[in-house]
Design a protein around this ligand. Structure first.
Ligand code: 3PG
Length: 215
């Protein structure tokens, strides 16, 4: 059975500042680097064969550290990027106007094509995240990949695997450098396809980790 590990990148400067990142980027903090090393330590005995990461800087750096621990190379896949937050990227959460907050609510209130102006919908993100996950099934038999991605992107992926809507991701805390695992099974009785084995595990971290909402 194919097991795929899902890791959210380490804490970044903008995570700490509560600044919206989306497909913009900021560097890992010292804590974020340490978190990535703790993931590497945790997974190095799991027989990871591939480390595949969103091509944004924060996920690439996290993946480089994990790959060093696992003795793998890093492969980049832009489909694993965070939601494109359009005109609100780089903005501090506490500076948003009522109208701008309304745009964010469109993402999570079930509006099918809800999006921030110039941004991406949750359905569009869900589609590319599933494509990236399903690409793991084309890896050689016996592969054990680890994907490095982002809070909303991974929350949306796990939620939709569970049969929840893409916007349910707000109900699932995936903190910085949390580890989740999804398995692909063939059993027709036990829901064939992807199943969630674990979600949001942070037991390997030595200090509390941020959720991007920080509330
Ligand atoms: O700030 C954002 O865009 C998200 O809420 C969190 O994104 P991240 O998981 O890439 O930090």
């Amino acid at each position: 059975m194919l097991q795929v590990y899902l890791v959210r990148h380490g804490e970044t400067q903008w995570n700490a500042e509560r600044r919206i990142q989306g497909q913009s980027d900021s560097a890992l903090t010292e804590k974020g680097e340490r978190q990535a090393w703790q993931v590497a330590e945790r997974v190095k005995a799991l027989g990871i064969t591939h480390v595949i990461a969103s091509d944004l800087g924060r996920t690439r750096r996290t993946a480089e550290i994990i790959a060093q621990g696992c003795g793998c190379d890093v492969t980049l896949d832009a489909r694993l990027r965070e939601l494109d937050m359009g005109v609100l990227e780089r903005r501090h959460l506490d500076t948003l106007s009522e109208e701008e907050e309304g745009w964010r609510r469109l993402l999570v209130n079930g509006t099918p094509d809800g999006r921030i102006p110039e941004g991406e919908s949750m359905l569009e993100m869900s589609s590319r995240m599933h494509a990236a996950l399903n690409a793991c099934r084309d890896l050689p038999i016996g592969s054990r990949p680890l994907l490095v991605s982002h809070g909303m992107a991974l929350g949306c992926l796990v939620s939709t695997i569970l049969g929840l809507p893409a916007w349910a991701e707000r109900r699932l805390r995936l903190r910085n450098c949390s580890i989740s695992r999804v398995d692909h099974q063939e059993s027709p009785w036990l829901a064939p396809g992807w199943v969630v084995e674990t979600a949001g595990d942070i037991s390997h971290l030595d200090a509390p980790a941020l959720d991007e909402l920080q509330r």
